[in-house]
Ligand binder design. Structure first.
Ligand code: NAD
Length: 333
């Protein structure tokens, strides 16, 4: 496909604003319209980019956009993604692919028969440090990967519309909303499907199971340790630590020292920002638009989004029951 690609943005919240900004780094891509049910929200975002405001997905599709970018809460992903695919559009859907496994299976089925491309927003793959570590690991630089450790710790995100992130039923808590990035990255670097999951979680002021430690065994024998928390103090900012250990070496990086910035104002809260991390969305969207133009394959196929969701859901189930989940036979209830 040549020429301009037009995008309809579904949702005008936090991540929609990041995507809208990142489109500017993809030549030949234009944000055509934004839809959000909260009065005024779509207009605030659309006005910055000279885009139209429409009431909902049906109207986005009516406009004839080439791409629908689903930036809404996970409980809405399946219906929106399937409707856009069935209307013949390309879809980028934010992570997690859906809230439930059943929904994810329906999305996978829709993507297999749709003319358009579907890619899932597992953006950690595109962070510059994560990409470099992946490239080194798969090139054999550290031998065979045996252990991956990935830790993301922060406070309960405060921005979500009507507080959906704080509602474990809507968001699945940090395991589904945040650790799904770690599970996705670990499986990709280790290069083998997850087969066993064990998770322990502690409650905190941020909600139930908001401090979590998960171990994952992969089919090839490697293991991963994923720490994920929304129970850390807000003044500390978002922290990431990662380590990949192979038979011949070790890679490690962290956001305390490499990409974090901090502002200490005379009054008010300390503010943290992530410098390199901002580039990951630009890369993610560019890879998606390039894939659309090339006619595929999608950078993150729905099947991979489903696999990452399944590990996260199994971790939730393990935390709830105290059992180790055997993913070779597990069906989410
Ligand atoms: N990749 C990342 O690192 C990352 C970071 C943050 C959020 N996300 C994901 O992005 C998605 C959105 O999260 P957010 O933080 O932007 O949430 P948010 O609450 O800031 O924004 C979501 C927006 O969607 C709107 N919305 C709800 N239902 C809608 C519908 N049916 N049609 C149109 N708009 C609708 C809401 O009104 C809200 O404005 C989630 O899946 C989340 O997990 C990903």
């Amino acid at each position: 496909m040549r020429g301009e690609l037009t995008v309809g943005l579904l949702g005008a919240g936090m991540i929609a604003a990041v995507h809208a900004c990142a489109y500017r780094e993809s030549p030949g891509v234009r944000l055509l319209a934004v839809a959000d049910p909260v009065p005024g929200k779509a207009k605030r975002l659309a006005d910055q980019y000279g885009a139209k405001v429409v009431p909902d997905l049906d109207e986005l599709l009516e406009l004839g956009v080439d791409v629908v970018d689903v930036c809404t809460p996970p409980t809405t992903h399946a219906a929106a993604t399937i409707a856009a695919l069935e209307a013949g559009r390309h879809v980028l859907c934010e992570k997690p692919i859906t809230r439930t496994l059943d929904e994810a299976r329906r999305v996978v089925a829709a993507a297999r028969t749709a003319p358009g491309l579907l890619s899932i927003g597992q953006v950690a793959r595109y962070a510059p440090d994560h990409r470099l570590a992946y490239d080194l690991a798969v090139s054999g630089e550290i031998g065979e990967v045996r252990l991956l450790s990935h830790s993301t710790t922060t406070s309960l995100p405060g921005w979500s519309e009507a507080g959906w992130l704080a509602d474990p039923v809507a968001s699945g808590g940090p395991l589904l909303d945040q650790a799904v990035h770690s599970f996705d990255y670990a499986r990709r670097v280790i290069g083998s499907p997850a087969v066993r999951v064990h998770c322990m979680a502690a409650d905190s002021g941020a909600g139930p199971a908001t401090y979590t430690l998960t171990t994952v065994r992969y089919e090839n024998g490697a293991i991963a340790h994923v720490e994920c928390s929304w129970a850390h103090p807000a003044s500390r900012g978002f922290k990431l630590r990662a380590e990949v250990v192979g038979t011949q070496g070790r890679l490690s990086w962290d956001y305390d020292h490499l990409t974090g910035g901090v502002l200490h104002p005379h009054e008010g809260d300390v503010e943290w920002w992530d410098v390199l991390g901002d580039r990951e969305f630009t890369e993610e969207l560019r890879a998606f638009f390039d894939a659309v133009r090339a006619g595929g394959p999608p950078p993150v196929p729905a099947e991979e989004g489903l696999a990452s969701l399944r590990t996260a859901l199994a971790a939730l189930e393990s935390a709830r029951t105290g059992r180790t989940i055997d993913l070779t036979s597990w069906e989410a209830s």
